[in-house]
Write a new protein. Structure first.
Length: 175
């Protein structure tokens, strides 16, 4: 193998279990501005953060139930799709509770857009919230089938992976 081939090999950390640094059905992942890797450890009802080398840095647990998605903003706030509790929870970098975003059916994924909105894959729609105030904003007008993930388009809209209809959908800016 050449050195470039070795560099391209994937790194892995963790393994099955409930101990620190172990996982049971990890589903959501995000990387913050410092390069820490945040993982929604769904089966263990927690979110764990690691360095790039796999060293455990932080665990968010307690009132979470089957979290499936995670996002981190530039200030280090962590947003968790707390699927089993039908909400999204915002934590500070240190792990302290900040607020919850409720009125959701089954939040599975979360993303942040450049306009300061939290985008939530809420099984059948994309819900939106203002992260500064916590206020709910108008969601997507068109129902969507089994949204699974989403990303900010950089102009106030959002791209959605709509698995139920086997397509990618773009929703323009709103709210």
């Amino acid at each position: 193998m050449t050195s470039s081939e070795v560099a391209a090999l994937p790194r892995a950390f963790g393994g099955p279990g409930a101990g620190p640094g172990q996982f049971r059905a990890p589903s959501g992942i995000a990387v913050d501005t410092r390069g820490r890797v945040w993982v929604a450890d769904t089966g263990n009802d927690r979110v764990q953060a690691f360095t790039r080398d796999g060293a455990l840095v932080r665990v968010l647990a307690g009132r979470l139930k089957a979290p499936e998605g995670v996002a981190v903003d530039a200030a280090g706030n962590v947003y968790v799709a707390d699927t089993g509790n039908r909400r999204v929870v915002q934590f500070s970098w240190r792990g302290g509770f900040v607020r919850e975003f409720g009125g959701l059916v089954r939040p599975r994924g979360v993303a942040l857009d450049q306009a300061g909105r939290l985008l939530v894959d809420d099984t059948g729609r994309v819900a939106r919230f203002d992260i500064r105030t916590g206020a709910a904003l108008p969601g997507t007008a068109e129902p969507i089938s089994s949204p699974r993930d989403m990303a900010d388009d950089g102009t106030g809209g959002v791209w959605v992976a709509e698995t139920g209809n086997h397509r990618i959908v773009h929703f323009g800016a709103s709210g």
